[in-house]
Write a protein that binds this ligand. Sequence first.
Ligand code: GLC
Length: 732
Amino acid sequence: MKTLFYAICCVGLLWPSGLRAAEDDESMNRFVSSLLKKMTLEEKIGQLSQCAGGFATGPDNTQLSRTTDISRGLLGSMLNVSGAAETRKYQEAAMKSRLKIPLLFGLDVIHGFRTGFPLPLAEAASFDLEAIKMGARCSAREAAAAGLHWTFAPMVDISWDARWGRVMEGAGEDPYYGAKVAAARVRGLQGDDLSADSTILACIKHFVGYGAAVAGKDYNSVDMSWGHFANFYMPPYKAGVEAGAGTVMSAFNDFENRPCTGNEDLLRGLLKEKWGFQGFVVSDWGSVGEMVNHRYAKDQKEAANKAITAGLDMEMVSECYARNLADLVREKKVPEALLDDAVRRILEQKYKLGLFDDPFRYCNEERERTVIGSERSRREARYMAERSVVLLKNEGAVLPLASSVRRVALIGGLSKSQKDMCGSWTCADESKVVTLYEAMQKRGVEVDFHEGYDLESNEIKDLKGTLKAARRADVVVVAMGERAWESGEMTSKGNISIPEQQQRLVTELVKAGKPVIVLMMCGRPVIFNEVRQQAPAILCTWWLGSEAGPAICNVLWGDYNPSGKLPMTFPTHQGQLPLYYQYKSTGRPYASSGWCAKYIDIPSEPAFPFAFGLSYTTFEYSALKVLPGDGGKVHARVRVEVKNTGRYEGEEVVQLYVRDESASITRPVKELKGFEKIALKPGEGKEVVFDITDEQLGFYDNRMNFVVEKGDFTFMVGTNSRDVDAVSYTLL
Ligand code: GLC
């Protein structure tokens, strides 16, 4: 009897998850299959077409006229339209069509919606996956309240080249960490139930390798082996798909000499067949038509043929599918079954979003008014912003500022710029941004503001007046760096140094004799050697979004002890790029002299290494040791003790790096394979243990097989990728 009771309990426990999911899939399959059967060829092609609404985020936006197709059922999706009322208008047109298939509304909600969050690269500096997931949840909540079903995020492209402006959209240079961030963002956006009115479809982009554009030049060619791709670029795409992302976006660039948008090995072979991806692939803006520019298609008809054959399901903005697919099918050049597969994938996502139950579920103006810009959103944005700040220098413990600091000379127009605080690829309501200037005033500090330098020309302005303000202040705070539009799409730079005059101003301010704190506001790693030498205190504050001002003040005055770590290496010199910490030994490993991998005219060391970040307190690492595994999947454990040896509570990102001492392919000198962010009170210590499994020891061979080889390894643990303690280990 007891056995029967337990059996019933087990089935009961299983019922909600496993069996219900199967039931849901079955009902979705029945619904989609019956709808597909009713669709004409033209209606199918309509579902494969996406046009732009309000504004263009690329060239050739001829699409505004396409909206007439909606009520004829010849359009499946729109991008760059938002707002409960605005989307309702288009959805009502779609409900006039023969089959009443709802439109899918997509937008680049990259770091927050109307409440702006820090840049994705800045969020990555937090090394706080829960906070990153929370940020994505908040973005989804606000976007869904504005009628949106889908965001073209997370961008998960790994990049080692800060000349490429789109590093601001990603999680930096490390594939292990990038994979964790990709999964966190997907889970934050999609939640556990896509039909909830606070979750939206995620989009893993840009598939693949866009961050490896040659010379950091946006849209440029990408040339790498499958083996290099697998170990250094593939993990975040794979993690995002495994986390359940409903869509993937093909990249503009070519890969293995074929544009990703028409690359069957990538879209069908790797993504859909090998990884079993069930969602749909959308092109990047116009990238189907751009295969003609690549000279990979002689005309738009060939481009349509190559894209649909490769597994590209929805065409963003260009009209190759709309104009050519019907002929290609009728001419028997493209099997209609390929279109059916693409349509099915798209209809399934619309079904999961609950749009067939209620096409207007996301068009609730009352919810839009209460959710967007809520106190909860602002609190979460501030929380994320505080944790995104990286303390790069703090000579003489200039920071945190004492509460006795009453007069601050605040230098730099960026401290008053709402627009720049939003960063690029922003949806934020600029008018609601709290700037540093405003936040300082609210703090009751006497703020003596001077522009210091012209925001357009970067030339020093009124140096005399600025120095006078510095001399009569308790401290000097300088907001400097890039303008928000200087990082993002189409912003590749040949020179990532901060303008000389901005840096010269800091040198002059230091001579005034008061403590100078530099806030480096940027969307990418930048070079500022003069400031790095002259200023006693430097915080990298990126672009922190709607709560930038309060977050920076909380860090300056120590209400929050900065815990960020750089997700990308900051170079000393332009010529070092591309620059990354997981480089290979080479046959002549870098040394300071001799026949080795080095430059004769510039240093090889970075200004700040990957994962560098200080705290107002200090942490001591000790007792690093390898412990036995569990005899199963855990080969070994690495244990370390970390103690807060300073005066302030603080958080430390304890990192584990692994080096394979000898392998069947050349391997990097070290790779991040684990991290844990811990909070410690002054004097408090904690033991941190990392499990060593195949994930920490394995790699992809040149045939893309994940392998683990026996032999010697070195485990390194520390506070950044350079300052580590090491211990040896042999896998038998
Ligand atoms: C842009 C970007 C892509 C974005 C899309 C829609 O060109 O490359 O990241 O999602 O077009 O705006």
